[in-house]
Design a protein around this ligand. Sequence first.
Ligand code: RIB
Length: 302
Amino acid sequence: MKVLNFGSLNIDYVYQVPHFVKEGETLASTGLCVFSGGKGLNQSVALARAGAQVFHAGNIGEDGVFLLDELNDAGVNTSLVCVHSDIKTGHAVIQNDPSGNNCILLYGGANQSVTPAQIESVFASFGKDDLLVLQNEINDLLLIIAESKRKGMTLCLNPSPMSENLYPLIPKADYLLLNEVEAAQYLDHADASSLEGGLETGLSEALPQVKIVLTLGENGCVWIHGDEIIRQEAFKANAVDTTAAGDTFTGFFLAGIMDGKPTEEALRYASFAAALAVTRPGASPSIPTKAEVDAGLKHTRP
Ligand code: RIB
């Protein structure tokens, strides 16, 4: 099974701040680092470091060519990434506080320049045995999903950042990986009363056919597929930067499932990888390798 990740590539400007800047406040940061990032790029790196065969499709400007090195070094095929001379690469302004928490402001740039012709050409070499991975940082998801369905591909959707355009697309996913904020937004739209029984019940009732992983930060994660519920606790970690923890989880979970791991084991594998990622600064540079995760898990109990 090949993975096609049609997703964003960002330059991340990460500012160290004593607290997140408030409305009307001018705040001096204590440091700036520049990393490769983007939910798309991070998930491709995580999938590849976890051992999957990954093709990344997307768009960058000439200022972002170094992002290709990060993907290539991880073993991702970048032949489907287009470099444009007239558009700037997408970027993210990230505030990172002393607890390792972050908040992110996105500029779409080249990520928002996907065309129907590009979509047609990207899907030419993929078919029913392949997996499409999508986030919500590029344009034209409707057409991309329609093309993947026409090809009979499996769809994994990470609806992040959540927005209204995704609501009709979410039930089309085979796998849905989302956090509590995204789940609450979706359920509130689908049927506000579905929130009354809690997120797990709401998701299971609203999307009974979808295989869902609800990530809960320090509280671990939950697998929900109809009536089937599996819980995984989070591994303890000294967080310095939580950026890309969710992307690491997504990549390792999907690679684990593709590798034939039972769901419980794939959840544990992905949770451990995410716990390692938060102990390191940056987005894609913080993502561990399969060897690191395998070695660490041998000596750890959740
Ligand atoms: O999930 C983390 C990512 O979100 C960052 O790398 C940033 O680029 C944004 O896309």
